[in-house]
Design a protein around this ligand. Structure first.
Ligand SMILES: [Zn+2]
Length: 203
């Protein structure tokens, strides 16, 4: 089953779970709960700054922060990164105890604390592309262009309004069964969601 990413790389989805045979994003109520939660969360995360940049520059100098391109961790406990700060995360995860927090909601907080304490990867520490991967913890690079086009096709003509859906969060859905009164496809389209942001890596 092919793995794909949407919006940000890092989180991977089983293509068959989120994309129809026609290459469009499935209605949310047809997507299993776990990937649906991440998908909805992603809408709130695209265009957000890198966490490490933000810790460095703060709200007052937010214009100096690079836009996040990468997301790791659990929805609402995630880490957002720019490529320049990804080696710091990889080092923390692999060498500084970060993997101990894998799968927890504290994952992001622990990384933020580590960065805020002034830690960073040693000079020249390999980025993700150059290290052997933990298949569950570190992603390979997806074909973003293809998925971007697919998702765009699914939301043709819709306007972008990320904030509206961001407020709709998926936390309340977590414990619900199949009977879903959370975010529906209609809600998503009403919100004008377009997961296909520009990718900073293309600049
Ligand atoms: Zn950064």
């Amino acid at each position: 089953m092919a793995k794909v990413s949407v919006g940000l790389r890092g989180w991977r989805f089983d293509e068959e779970e989120i994309i129809t045979e026609d290459g469009e994003l499935k209605p949310l109520d047809e997507i299993p709960e776990e990937p649906r939660e991440r998908l909805v969360r992603l809408v709130a995360l695209v265009e957000e700054p890198c966490d490490a940049c933000y810790l460095e520059h703060g709200e007052s100098e937010i214009h100096r922060c690079r836009e996040a391109e990468i997301v790791y961790g659990e929805p609402r406990g995630e880490v957002l990164l720019c490529p320049e700060h990804e080696p710091d995360f990889v080092y923390w995860f692999r060498e500084a105890g970060g993997s101990d927090h894998k799968g927890t909601m504290e994952f992001g907080d622990r990384f933020h604390e580590w960065i805020a304490a002034g830690n960073e990867a040693p000079d020249g520490y390999a980025s993700v592309e150059h290290v052997d991967e933990d298949p569950d913890g570190l992603p390979d690079l997806p074909d973003q262009q293809e998925i971007q086009e697919r998702v765009e096709a699914g939301f043709e003509g819709e306007r972008i309004d990320v904030r509206e859906l961001a407020g709709e969060g998926s936390a309340d859905e977590r414990d619900e069964d199949d009977e879903d009164d959370g975010v529906s496809e209609t809600d998503l389209q009403d919100a004008g969601v377009d997961l296909s942001t520009d990718y900073p890596s293309n600049r």
